[in-house]
Design a protein around this ligand. Structure first.
Ligand SMILES: Cc1cn([C@H]2C[C@H](O)[C@@H](COP(=O)(O)OP(=O)(O)O[C@H]3O[C@@H](C)C(=O)[C@@H](O)[C@H]3O)O2)c(=O)[nH]c1=O
Length: 182
């Protein structure tokens, strides 16, 4: 595991056009990201102190925008076979600085919310519970330095069904299944 920018992760500043009526921003333009289209959009609110993840998906990529509040995004690239080549990265998305972030599938991710936050995200294929693999957010193999040791977690994220190695094995198996029959 090394720290640094992860291949395929895109973060883009949005231009806000403000005038006497209010403001307009372009949120998504197809050629900003390398995925053909998003099949689903979710709107989520999270209370301060919450952490969601760490999860990884076999085929869908995520496209994320914070509407209000702040989100600390922990990323870890599971794609390389060599553990030493798997990079980790922490990013902050703050509604005060409008941005979008694109997370390719195969990059596992967790979201920590230091304040109450509302965000939207697009999924490049429809969500399915069976396509969610995850591990504990504080597994040292993720190389993610979260600013808390006591976040609010879902029961699934508190005691995930898989550890880091099992998560990667499950992700790799389902990724190759999807590659065979898309
Ligand atoms: C993600 C999702 C959840 N749900 C349901 C399942 C459950 O009853 C409830 C809450 O879901 P979860 O606890 O899985 O939500 P959450 O822990 O926020 O899951 C999300 O975590 C982040 C880190 C991601 O990467 C996302 O892709 C997704 O995995 O909403 C849907 O109906 N559709 C969806 O697209």
């Amino acid at each position: 595991m090394t720290e640094g920018s992860i291949d395929g992760v895109v973060v883009r500043d949005l231009v806000v056009h403000a005038d006497a009526r209010g403001a307009l921003r372009e949120l998504y333009v197809a050629d900003w990201v390398p995925t053909p289209a998003f099949q689903q959009w979710n709107l989520v609110t999270s209370l301060a102190g919450t952490l969601r993840g760490v999860h990884v998906h076999p085929r869908h990529s995520d496209y994320l925008h914070v509407i209000s509040g702040r989100l600390l995004l922990g990323l870890h690239d599971l794609r390389p076979d060599d553990p030493a080549a798997r990079r980790s990265q922490m990013l902050e998305l703050d509604a005060e600085r409008p941005q979008v972030a694109f997370i390719p599938h195969g990059v596992c991710h967790g979201f920590y919310f230091p304040v109450s936050t509302t965000y939207v995200y697009g999924l490049s294929s429809r969500w399915s519970a069976s396509e969610e693999n995850g591990c504990r957010y504080d597994d040292p193999r993720l190389g993610l330095r979260w600013p808390t040791r006591d976040p609010v977690l879902s029961p699934r994220d508190e005691a995930p069904a898989t550890d880091y190695d099992e998560m990667r094995a499950a992700w790799a198996a389902s990724t190759s299944r999807h590659a065979e029959s898309p």
